[in-house]
Design a protein around this ligand. Structure first.
Ligand code: FMN
Length: 185
């Protein structure tokens, strides 16, 4: 798939087939992620690939509980109601979660991780895979309980949790507003 097609067709996928992609596919996605630009070429990203169904369920339960209890983000009330719904799975029962974390401190680790995540999601799209950044899991993954479940070392900051898998149905790109640009000539 051409790069611009991948960019234009990518969309967040929220329904997945059960089977996880192969190890080789994950390795390719992470290699693409690691091609992202990053501040000082420090390459702070680390990848944790979780394909254990019980663990994904446990992180979803933990994230929902933490989000509703601690309310670490200023979210609309409707989202808190969704998080309280026992049927809601923050990972949409995707077969895999790739947590991109930063093994460094500094002003640009969030940007570095986000750029890596964008590469990863575009590489996924190029192979017919679906993906979605799950920000709702991020605050929990940074807690001791979340870190323990995801086996994140103490020196790493979770930056971008991205689910990946084969989409359950063909999706379409999410509409965008017209580009707002200011030209100075
Ligand atoms: C930082 C960030 C956090 C996000 N968190 C969630 C999330 O927790 N759950 C979810 O379903 N989608 C999440 N998304 C996906 C966005 O909702 C989605 O990218 C946006 O609606 C645009 O749709 P598109 O990705 O299909 O183009 C997140 C995206 C980003 C970039």
């Amino acid at each position: 798939m051409e790069l611009l097609d991948a960019i234009n067709l990518r969309h967040s996928t929220r329904a997945y087939l059960t089977d996880a992609p192969s190890k080789e596919i994950f390795e390719g996605l992470m290699a693409a992620a690691a091609r992202a630009p990053c501040a000082f070429n420090r390459q702070p990203w680390r990848f944790t690939v979780i394909v254990n169904r019980d663990l994904l369920d446990a992180i979803s339960v933990g994230a929902k509980s933490y989000m509703t209890r601690a309310r670490p983000l200023d979210l609309p009330e409707s989202l808190y109601q969704k998080l309280s719904d026992p049927a809601f799975h923050v990972f949409y029962r995707a077969p895999a979660l790739i947590v991109i974390s930063a093994a460094a401190q500094g002003p640009w680790i969030e940007a570095d991780g986000a750029l890596a995540a964008a590469n990863l999601m575009l590489a996924a799209q190029a192979q017919g895979l679906g993906s979605c950044w799950i920000g709702l899991s991020q605050p929990f993954l940074a807690t001791p309980a979340g870190r323990a479940l995801a086996q994140l070392p103490e020196n790493e900051t979770p930056v971008a949790p991205v689910i990946v898998g084969w989409p359950a149905q063909t999706g379409t790109p999410t509409p965008r507003q017209p580009v707002v640009a200011r030209w100075i000539i």
